[in-house]
Design a protein around this ligand. Structure first.
Ligand SMILES: [Zn+2]
Length: 142
């Protein structure tokens, strides 16, 4: 078995793509999948991942990266409109020294509001796990 296959079999995001682990899905197309982070830093914390395993920005194919950026805009607009939030952070880490903990490329989209209490992404979140289903239903695009 090659090393890459072993990595993919143990990858939590590949398991989500293969429906081995459920997720709060809000968007899917031929190249990417978007779902709520189950440990939300804020209310309205979405992850977008390529449906093919790439570790990070250093190896991702351009067509997946382009789609992720385009879908980031679509989801950002949806978060702003549906949750009534004023701002968005796009956040993406590459390599363990940069704070990457899941080694399958992912873009975080964080809905932001004045006074939401979030000081720094690394310092821990202010989001609630209680209303994930409600937020998923508000953000579903397809
Ligand atoms: Zn993966």
């Amino acid at each position: 078995m090659c090393a890459n296959r072993l990595i993919m079999e143990n990858c939590i995001f590949c398991k989500i793509i293969n429906n081995e682990i459920p997720c709060y899905k809000i968007y899917e197309d031929d190249l990417v999948l978007a779902f709520l982070d189950v440990n939300p830093i804020v209310d309205g914390h979405v992850l977008i991942i390529p449906k093919k395993h790439f570790e990070n920005i250093f190896d991702i194919e351009e067509k997946y990266l382009e789609r992720i950026i385009n879908v980031s805009k679509k989801i950002s607009l949806k978060i702003k409109e549906s949750l009534g939030l004023e701002g968005i952070n796009l956040y993406q880490s590459n390599g363990s020294v940069a704070g990457q903990t899941v080694f399958h490329f992912h873009m975080h989209i964080l809905g932001r509001n004045k006074g939401d209490g979030l000081r720094g992404i690394e310092e821990g979140g202010v989001g609630s796990k209680e209303n994930l289903e409600e937020i998923m239903n508000k953000l579903k695009i397809i």
